[in-house]
Structures are given as structure tokens and as C-alpha cells.
Design a protein around this ligand. Structure first.
Ligand code: PMP
Ligand code: GLU
Length: 397
């Protein structure tokens, strides 16, 4: 009997991508599915970025790129860090990768040894715990509560630290909860790690620009821990460039070099054309980014209004990203026809089959009491999807 490696056997599939796949299959059969499962802006990439890609092809940027990324793009990223975050990263501290997902994989595989512990506050983004598994390390999940807006406290972190702790991995704005940590909250977290000098902090800031509260705050701003912080970011979400596959890190030089070495054996440099497009994106002002953000904010308000009208859904209005992560435990134990809802996964399947709305189970994000709804879709879709969800939920008893 042929078998894949133990490493692969242990790995779970990405639930966000699996649910999206399922809804695409149903759509192909002619079923009218509204997809609230994938976290992907529904906007087109702005024209000035597409023009830069076309020019790149015409100018002959169709060959291998340097593994770490073109210098002009790394310069644009360095300038962006300075301009938007007041962070100093020289071009040799920046590595461009095939999406922030690869950036995360690079950093985790470069830093973490077998059996090391990685602290991850739940709810977390699906791929974090799986990438840790791939590195043969152990995720130590720090639980939070919706009543506390899913925020961890410095005390919880302190309690979770052991001599094996190697990395603290988190994101703000958060996928899936949409919360933001304030500067004071980040400082309190930084202060914990100031005392534990062997622990690295991976800060995933891919939703930086989808922030409805104000200025983005990065944990890398605290100089006393900056030599142990790796900032992960990319152009997928802010610039509606998910398909272009460009992510990057700002990191201490030795970590950047390690990621460069790893990437050189796995993928080489990211797509040359996409890099030139990302360079144009990052060198421009934020007009189109802010326009998209305003639309996300309006949708966020709309979803809040509609979700609040559904009895049994427990939620709060998020401050960023484009997700809601409501608690749905009220529906556990309820049935309709031949379906009984025992958990969030059952509820997602029920909503897919009966309401034709795709969502993702919270268990994929480390919180089995919730489901995730992405509102990166039109207002019409949101209104129709929430109407269908309400009707299907009210049938349960
Ligand atoms: N981090 C988070 C929190 C995300 O939601 C995503 C979305 N896929 C990524 C990283 C990866 O983004 P990408 O690979 O498209 O740059
Ligand atoms: N980050 C998005 C999401 O969470 C895209 C899907 C993925 O890469 O997992 O849905």
C-alpha cells in the first residue's frame, strides 16, 4: 500500500480553501451559492497596478528574480515600513515571498525546532497551527472569550510560557475575529517578552489597512524587543491582489538570511511580474486602498445590523479585517428534518445545504463555538445571505 509521509498524514487541509472549493463545486452544478467562506477582497486589482505588470512583461521582466526579491521592491517595502509604520528595515532585512502564507512558512521553518512550543492565541488563522505541525513543533493554544472580545491578557501569555517556548504568533487586525490590539495592549504584550529573551514574535499584519478605528499599530515599534520581532505583511488584502501572490517580511538580518536560504531551495524568487506590480502598489498613495476600506466599513455596519436581528447569534462589531466570528452555541442540540446541529461544523454544513450560504467552522480557527463569515462581497450578496441564514436558523428547534 503506497502512503504519503507521516508529516503529510498529520497535516489538515485548509478549511477556508476546502469550503470555498465545496461551494465552487455546488455553483458548477448550477446551485446559487453565496460564498462567505473565503477571505478575499471581491474588488479588482486597481488599474495602475495592472499597468505596471503589463509594462514589466514588455520590459522583459520574465526571467528568474533574485531569491530575496527585486531590490526596487525591497526598497519600496523599506520605504513603506518607514512611512506607514515608522519602522526601520534595511533592504537586506526584507524578503519577498510567494504570498504572506509562504512568508509565514519560511519564518516558522527557519526558527522552530522539533518539539519547540509556539504560543498562538485562539481564535487564530487556520494555517498557523498547521505550519507549526509541519515544523514538527507544538502549538500551545491560548484560549480567549467572546465576552473579552477574544483578546489575550499578558497574564495568560506569562502562564503559557515554558522553557520550550520559541515563538509567539498572532495577528492584529485579526482573521477571524476582526479585533485590533491597541498600542497600550501591544506594549503590555511586548513587556512580557522583554522578560523572556529567547522567544520570538511573529506579527502577521496582512490586514493592516483594513482598520476602521485609526492608525495601525505594530508590535515591532517597541525597540526593546524589535530584534526578536518578525513582521509579516503582503499586498493580497490591501490592494486586492490575492492572485498575484506577493508577501514579505521585515526581520532581523539573520532571520531574513535564513528565509532567503530556505526559499532558494523551495520556490526561488516570487513571480517577477507580480513583484513589479507590487512595487507600483506600494509606491503609490493610499487612495484606492482607502476607498476599498470605506466600502468594507459600510459592509461591516450592514452585517452587524443584520446579524443583530437574528435571535441566538452572539457577536460584536469588529474594528478591522473583513470577518465576523459569531458564537452560535445557541443552535447546538437543535434540529430540522433529518439534521441535528451538534457543533459549528454541522451548522456550517446545514447553512451550505439548506441556505446555500458558505461559511467556515470556528473549529478550524481553534474556537468550536463560532463560525466565520467573510463580508468581502457585495451588499446585495450580504443582504441575501443573511436573509437566507436567518430563515434556515429559525427552522431549527
Ligand atoms: N495571514 C492571514 C491572517 C490571512 O488571512 C492570510 C490570507 N490568506 C494570509 C496570512 C496569507 O495571505 P497571502 O498568502 O495571500 O499573502
Ligand atoms: N486568508 C483567507 C482566508 O482566511 C484566504 C484563504 C486562505 O489562504 O486560507 O479565508
Amino acid at each position: 500500500m503506497y502512503k504519503v509521509s507521516n508529516r503529510l498524514n498529520k497535516l489538515s487541509i485548509s478549511e477556508t480553501l476546502a469550503m470555498t472549493d465545496k461551494s465552487r463545486q455546488l455553483q458548477a452544478k448550477g446551485i446559487d451559492i453565496i460564498n462567505l467562506s473565503i477571505g478575499e477582497p471581491d474588488f479588482n486589482t486597481p488599474d495602475y497596478i495592472k499597468q505596471a505588470a503589463k509594462k514589466a512583461m514588455d520590459d522583459g521582466f520574465t526571467h528568474y528574480s533574485p531569491v530575496q526579491g527585486f531590490l526596487d521592491l525591497r526598497q519600496a517595502i523599506s520605504n513603506k515600513f518607514k512611512r506607514e509604520n515608522n519602522l526601520e528595515y534595511a533592504t537586506d532585512q526584507i524578503i519577498v515571498s510567494t504570498g504572506a502564507k509562504q512568508s509565514l512558512a519560511n519564518v516558522i521553518l527557519s526558527l522552530v525546532n522539533k518539539d519547540d512550543e509556539v504560543l498562538i492565541p485562539a481564535p487564530f488563522w487556520v494555517s498557523y497551527s498547521e505550519l507549526v505541525k509541519l515544523a514538527e513543533a507544538k502549538s500551545v493554544i491560548i484560549k480567549t472569550s467572546i465576552d473579552n472580545k477574544f483578546k489575550i491578557t499578558p497574564q495568560q501569555i506569562e502562564q503559557a510560557i515554558t522553557p520550550k517556548t520559541k515563538v509567539f504568533l498572532f495577528n492584529s487586525p485579526s482573521n477571524p475575529s476582526g479585533i485590533l490590539y491597541s498600542k497600550q495592549e501591544l506594549k503590555a504584550i511586548a513587556d512580557v517578552f522583554a522578560k523572556h529573551k529567547d522567544i520570538f514574535i511573529i506579527s502577521d499584519e496582512i490586514y493592516e489597512h483594513i482598520n476602521f478605528r485609526g492608525k495601525h499599530e505594530s508590535i515591532a515599534q517597541f525597540d526593546y524587543i524589535k530584534d526578536r520581532v518578525i513582521v509579516v505583511n503582503g499586498v493580497s488584502k490591501a490592494y486586492a491582489m490575492t492572485g498575484w501572490r506577493i508577501g514579505y517580511i521585515g526581520a532581523p538580518k539573520w532571520i531574513a538570511q535564513a528565509c532567503n536560504k530556505l526559499q532558494g531551495q523551495i520556490t526561488s524568487g516570487a513571480s517577477s511580474i507580480s513583484q513589479k506590480a507590487a512595487c507600483a502598489a506600494l509606491n503609490a498613495d493610499l487612495t484606492s486602498v482607502n476607498e476599498m476600506k470605506e466600502i468594507f466599513k459600510k459592509r461591516c455596519d450592514l452585517v452587524f445590523k443584520l446579524l443583530s436581528e437574528i435571535k441566538g447569534i452572539k457577536t460584536f462589531k469588529p474594528d478591522g479585517a473583513f470577518y465576523y466570528f459569531p458564537d452560535v452555541t445557541y443552535f447546538f442540540g437543535k434540529s430540522f428534518e433529518d439534521t441535528t446541529i451538534n457543533n459549528a461544523g454541522d451548522l456550517c454544513m446545514y447553512l451550505l445545504n439548506k441556505a446555500h450560504v458558505a461559511t467556515v467552522t470556528g473549529s478550524a480557527f481553534g474556537d468550536p463555538n463560532c463560525i466565520r463569515l467573510s463580508y468581502a462581497t457585495s451588499e446585495d450578496n450580504i443582504i441575501e445571505a443573511l436573509k437566507r441564514i436567518k430563515t434556515a436558523l429559525y427552522k431549527l428547534n
